[in-house]
Ligand binder design. Structure first.
Ligand code: 13P
Length: 287
């Protein structure tokens, strides 16, 4: 069932686990995430970046596909369809297209402008029944061609944005998108503790979930993180399984060229990665 992310995140923050956001790229991706969440009885968030939205022929196409798939696959676990790192215009488009949740990423803007635009979207989301994620302190790494510096967010700025009434807050704590470099210093738990203390009960979001070690994930959850985003790790699993299928010559055997066969190992690999993450985040059976 398609819902906004508010209730699932309040419950996660109160009970000490995190809901996974898995970014989707196409029909197979969406199906893999939904089927796995249903099997595990876990709430789930489907993340759609602006680039992925464009790739899938626009947010309207994505919303129609997700809604129809939730119905056709009899998905009864709570599912939120969420814009990831949205621009202001992207947020408006997703509200119109029927998304249940949006992220406005104003982290690169001067604080006053981030506050102003976030406030407007708080009002719009309240009116339309959507959940809203805001961001302070840009996340490092590359996403859709934008390279963030991996800032550590200022707790006072976090409080100012959290107090606007957002549903959830992404705050940079040394996390980055994509693979972590060998010399990565790890998450800044001192900063996370201060941000959590300053923002009270607002569920915190950890971006760049790919490759963060188990102990750091668990510690982050204990310090208020209730939503963890994973994208690259599903892409890597899909790629490795697809490569293995082709390298073993299976695409050349019988009807192995059929896209339904060619994409099957990659799709199964996404399912395995989603299962591993949902188990790690502690959201199995948390309905
Ligand atoms: P990764 O690609 O590093 O898993 O990050 C995903 C993310 O944070 C999406 O917003």
């Amino acid at each position: 069932m398609l819902v906004n992310a508010k209730d699932m995140l309040i419950k996660a923050a109160a009970e000490g686990y995190a809901v996974g956001q898995f970014n989707i790229n196409n029909l197979e991706w969406t199906k893999a995430v939904l089927i796995t969440a249903q099997e595990l009885n876990a709430p789930v968030i489907l993340g759609v970046s602006e680039g992925a939205g464009k790739y899938m022929c626009g947010f309207k196409t994505v919303a129609a596909m997700v809604k129809a798939m939730v119905e056709s696959l009899n998905i009864t676990v709570p599912v939120a369809l969420h814009l990831d790192h949205g621009s202001y215009d992207g947020c408006l488009k997703c509200v119109e297209a029927g998304f249940s949740s949006i992220m406005f990423d104003g982290s690169h803007l001067p604080l006053a402008e981030n506050i102003e635009k976030t406030s407007e979207l708080v009002r719009l989301c309240a009116e339309k029944g959507l959940s809203l994620e805001a961001e302070v302190g840009s996340i490092g790494g590359e996403e859709d061609g934008v390279i963030g510096m991996g800032e550590v967010a200022d707790p006072n700025e976090c409080k100012k944005i959290a107090d606007l009434g957002v549903t959830m807050l992404a705050a940079g704590i040394g996390n980055i998108h994509g693979k972590y470099p060998a010399n990565w210093k790890g998450l800044d738990f001192g900063a996370l503790e201060k941000i959590h203390a300053a923002t009270g009960s607002v569920p915190l979001v950890l971006h760049g979930g790919t490759g963060i070690p188990t102990d750091m994930i668990q510690k982050a959850i204990s310090l208020g993180v209730a939503k963890i985003n994973v994208n690259t790790e599903c892409q890597l699993s899909f790629q490795a399984a697809t490569r293995a299928y082709i390298e073993s010559g299976k695409d050349l055997m019988g009807k192995g060229f059929d896209p339904r066969k060619l994409l099957a190992p990659g799709t199964a690999a996404i399912q395995a990665t989603v299962k591993e993450k949902v188990e790690l985040f502690g959201s199995v059976g948390k309905l």
